[in-house]
Design a protein around this ligand. Structure first.
Ligand SMILES: [Zn+2]
Length: 157
């Protein structure tokens, strides 16, 4: 019950959550996430009476409306790009299991820089913290005032 309340609280002010007409139960026709008993969850078996919908995370991805951007740069990145990509993917997988709407929308991989776009600010922060814990460097979190959006900068030369 506590988990359920916490999960709903996080999204209640999200315009994409409010825009989505959610029947309970319902299933996203794009990613198959299920909304049931008031929470989003990954289920092996979708309830038979579930109506179809497009979940807030898939809507954000379609609209390119991210909740967070992680910018990574520096010489360390260039030399350890694969390790850092693995941290990014592992962090997404762990978060997505627990909070199904937290996802990576896209990754821009430039020679000396990586930009990761996430559906919500929570995952962007987690990715920045995970990389900084594993690799050290400089981490900066910038919250947009009055908005559910974060810019995460990480750098190590
Ligand atoms: Zn979806």
């Amino acid at each position: 019950m506590e988990r359920k309340n916490r999960l709903i609280q996080e999204y209640i002010h999200d315009p994409y959550f409010q825009k989505t007409k959610l029947s309970d139960p319902s299933v996203c026709e794009k990613c198959q996430v299920v909304f049931h008993n008031g929470i989003f969850d990954w289920l092996d078996a979708v309830p038979k009476d579930a109506e179809k919908m497009v979940c807030p995370a898939c809507r954000r991805t379609e609209d390119n409306f991210e909740g967070g951007i992680v910018s990574l740069e520096g010489r360390f990145l260039a030399e350890h790009k694969q390790d850092i990509m693995n941290i990014i993917k592992n962090t997404e997988n762990a978060e997505k299991g627990l909070r199904p709407l937290e996802r990576i929308m896209k990754i821009n991989d430039y020679a000396d820089k990586i930009e990761v776009f996430t559906t919500y600010e929570h995952l962007a922060r987690r990715i920045g913290v995970a990389i900084n814990n594993a690799c050290k460097g400089e981490l900066e979190l910038q919250y947009a005032e009055g908005k559910k959006h974060i810019r995460v900068y990480w750098k190590r030369d």
